[in-house]
Design a protein around this ligand. Structure first.
Ligand code: GDP
Ligand code: MG
Length: 442
C-alpha cells in the first residue's frame, strides 16, 4: 500500500546525519512511484514531487529534527496542501432553508449520504429535510424514506399514485414545504446514471436552477480511482459543483481518488463516508487524511513536539541568561539569537513587526551589512572571549579586528553596545522581579 511504500522510503533516511541532494532525489523518486501506484493523477504527482523537492532543498534545515523527520514533515505539508489545505465547512444560508443538492453517478452513495448528512446536521442542532428527487430508480423514494426514518429526520416525497412525477417540481416544492414545516436545511437526493450522460446532467442542472442550492455536492465512490477525477470534471462542467464527498473510503486501499480530486477540479473535499452505517461519516479534514495516508500519526505528533520543545528550550535558555542578572549571557548567545531572528526574514521587516519598534532609534539604523560585520567579529573571538567580554584587552581586540577584517574601533563599538544592552536587560529582569522562568533574584 501507499503507507508501506512511504514508510520504507523514510526508513532509508533514518540514521543519516544530514540529507544530501542525492538523498532528496532518491526519496522523491520513491514517493513518485508510491503515488503512481496508488493511482494518483499524474499531474498531481508531478506537482507534489516538485513541491517536496523544492522545499527539501531550499529549506533551512531545522536543528530540532533529524533528516527523516524533516522529509516526513515536508511530505506531510504537501499532502495537506494537495488535499485542500484547511477544512471546508458547509456555508449555511443567511435566510433558511439552506439548500444542499447531491449529485453523482448511480451507486455513488448519494441516498446513503443524505441520511448520514441529515443525522449529522441534526446532531449539530439543525432540522433537516431529505427530498426524494430521484424518481428514476424503482424503490429510490422508498429507500430515502427508510434512510430518513433511521436518521430521524424529515422526508419529502411525491405522493404515491400521481404517476412518475417531475423531480424538478418535487425539488422546488420541497423548499416551500421546508419553510412551512420549519426545516432549516433541505438535502436534495437526485437521480444518477451508471455513466456520465446528458439527460442526467440536464436534469441535475434544472434542479439546480430551480432550487439555487447553497452547496452542490458531488458524491463519488472513492474506489473507482482515476474515474472519480474524470466524473468530477464532467459534473463540474455539466452542473457546477461546490464541493466533493468521497464515499466508500473504507474500501479504498489506494487513496488515489482522494489525493487527486481536490487538486484537479479545484473544489474541496468536504465530507468522507466510510461504511454503510449512519455514523460512518465525517467532515473531511485534510490534515487527518494526510496523516492517515502517511500512516505516521505518532511520528507527526513527535515532530510537532520536537519543534515546539526545541524552540521553547532555546528561548527559555536565552531569556534566563539574559534576564538572570548573573552575567552569563555571552556573545555566543547573542550570536545565536541574532541568527534566529535573521532566519525569520530581512531584519528591517522582522523588527518592523515588533510593537513599538518603529520608535526605537536602533531599529531604524539596522542594516544587514552591519549585522554581517558583527557576526564576523564574534566569529573571530575565542570561546572564552565570547563568554566573557571582560577579558578583551587591547591586544585581543586588535587580533579580533584583524581576523574580522574590521577596525579596532568596530570591535570596541560592538563590545560597548553589547555591554550596554545587557545592562539594560538585567535591569528589565530585575523590574520583572523574577516573573520570568529562572528570572532575576533582585
Ligand atoms: P446512490 O445510487 O448514489 O444513491 O447510492 P446509494 O446510497 O444507494 O449507495 C449504493 C451502495 O453503496 C449501497 O449498497 C450502500 O449501502 C453502499 N454505500 C454507500 N456509502 C458507502 C460507504 O461509505 N461505504 C460502503 N462500504 N458502502 C457504501
Ligand atoms: Mg440513490
Amino acid at each position: 500500500t501507499l503507507q508501506d511504500r512511504l514508510a520504507a522510503t523514510f526508513k532509508s533516511l533514518r540514521g543519516k546525519g544530514r540529507i544530501t541532494d542525492a538523498d532528496i532525489d532518491a526519496t522523491t523518486r520513491e514517493i513518485r512511484v508510491a503515488l503512481l501506484e496508488a493511482d494518483v493523477n499524474l499531474a498531481v504527482v508531478k506537482d507534489f514531487v516538485a513541491g517536496v523537492k523544492q522545499k527539501a532543498k531550499g529549506s533551512e534545515l531545522s536543528k530540532a529534527l533529524n533528516p527523516a523527520q524533516q522529509i516526513i514533515k515536508i511530505v506531510n505539508e504537501e499532502l495537506i496542501d494537495i488535499l485542500g489545505g484547511d477544512t471546508r465547512f458547509i456555508r449555511f444560508a443567511k435566510q433558511p432553508p439552506t439548500v444542499i443538492m447531491l449529485a453523482g453517478l448511480q451507486g455513488a452513495g448519494k441516498t446513503t449520504l443524505a441520511g448520514k448528512l441529515g443525522a449529522w446536521l441534526k446532531s449539530e442542532g439543525h432540522s433537516p429535510l431529505l427530498v426524494a428527487a430521484d424518481l428514476q430508480r424503482p424503490n429510490a423514494v422508498q429507500q430515502l424514506q427508510v434512510v430518513a426514518e433511521r436518521a430521524k429526520v424529515g422526508v419529502y416525497a411525491p405522493q404515491p399514485g400521481n404517476g412518475v412525477g417531475d423531480p424538478v417540481q418535487v425539488a422546488r416544492d420541497s423548499i416551500d414545504h421546508a419553510r412551512h414545516g420549519l426545516f432549516d436545511v433541505v438535502i436534495i437526493d437526485t437521480a444518477g446514471r451508471l455513466g456520465v450522460d446528458e439527460e442526467m446532467m440536464r436534469q441535475a442542472s434544472r434542479i439546480k436552477e430551480q432550487t439555487r442550492p447553497d452547496e452542490t455536492l458531488f458524491v463519488v465512490d472513492a474506489m473507482i480511482g482515476q474515474d472519480a477525477v474524470n466524473t468530477a470534471l464532467a459534473f463540474e462542467q455539466g452542473v457546477g459543483i461546490d464541493g466533493v464527498v468521497l464515499t466508500k473510503l473504507d474500501g479504498d486501499a489506494r487513496g488515489g481518488a482522494a489525493l487527486s480530486i481536490a487538486k484537479v477540479i479545484g473544489r474541496p473535499i468536504m465530507f468522507a463516508s466510510n461504511g454503510e452505517k449512519l455514523e460512518d461519516f465525517d467532515v473531511f479534514h485534510p490534515d487527518r487524511m494526510a496523516s492517515r495516508i502517511l500512516g505516521m500519526g505518532d511520528m507527526l505528533t513527535l515532530i510537532e513536539q520536537a519543534e515546539k520543545t526545541f524552540d521553547a528550550e532555546q528561548s527559555r535558555k536565552a531569556a534566563e541568561k539574559l534576564l538572570g542578572g548573573r552575567g552569563e549571557f555571552g556573545l555566543d548567545d547573542f550570536l545565536s539569537q541574532m541568527q534566529a531572528i535573521r532566519r525569520m526574514g530581512p531584519l528591517s521587516k522582522v523588527f518592523g513587526m515588533l510593537p513599538g519598534a518603529g520608535q526605537l532609534k536602533a531599529v531604524s539604523e539596522i542594516d544587514e551589512k552591519q549585522v554581517d560585520r558583527v557576526e564576523a567579529i564574534i566569529y573571530s573571538m575565542t570561546p572564552a572571549e565570547r563568554a566573557d567580554v571582560g577579558i578583551l584587552n587591547g591586544s585581543r581586540r586588535s587580533r579580533i579586528a584583524r581576523g574580522a577584517g574590521v577596525e579596532v574601533r568596530d570591535v570596541n563599538d560592538l563590545v560597548n553596545r553589547f555591554t550596554e544592552a545587557r545592562k539594560m536587560m538585567h535591569s528589565m529582569g530585575a523590574m520583572m522581579g523574577g516573573g520570568m522562568p529562572g528570572g532575576a533574584q533582585a
